[in-house]
Ligand binder design. Structure first.
Ligand code: MG
Length: 157
């Protein structure tokens, strides 16, 4: 049996922060603002996985009022979400993530981003897609970075 999930997230740029996308630190003159490391792509992916499992969202599991999650690597949170799905007898079949950023250019980082997610989820990298696009200067992406994620989850029973 299959389940589909979708996740969406946006974080605004902030000077003096590191830019982390799919667990990869990317050289840029500003990073994303957030309670955790603000890895917007991993946040969208986790919401897609939780959505497929009908287990709520990341705000429920990792509230930004909880100091335990302050500055935490979102890759660690992703491993926790994988564990929640494992506990329900669900495994990720594949994930397709679109990162929407006017800047910086992400092309050179895509393979490393895919590998980080595949490692955290213990799947072959061929099941993890990461794509990058802009909004042609027309949308919110110039002020920050947005991400969509779609996943298929297999239910083992
Ligand atoms: Mg977020």
């Amino acid at each position: 049996m299959f389940r589909i999930g979708h996740g969406y997230d946006v974080h605004r740029f902030e000077k003096g922060r590191k830019l982390i996308l799919c667990g990869e630190e990317i050289e840029h003159d500003e990073g994303l603002l957030g309670h955790s490391d603000a890895d917007v792509a991993v946040h969208a992916l986790m919401d897609a996985m939780l959505g497929a499992a009908a287990l709520g969202d990341i705000g429920k599991h990792f509230p930004d009022t909880d100091d335990a999650y302050k500055g935490i690597s979102s890759i660690e949170l992703l491993k926790h979400v994988k564990g929640l799905l494992d506990g329900q007898g669900m495994t990720l079949s594949n994930a397709d993530i679109t990162v929407i950023a006017e800047r910086p250019k992400l092309k050179a980082h895509i393979d490393a981003m895919r590998a980080n997610l595949a490692d955290a989820l213990d799947v072959d990298v061929s099941f993890i897609s990461v794509k990058a696009t802009t909004e042609e200067g027309l949308g919110i992406a110039g002020k920050g970075i947005a991400a969509h994620a779609v996943v298929i989850i297999m239910h083992n029973s």
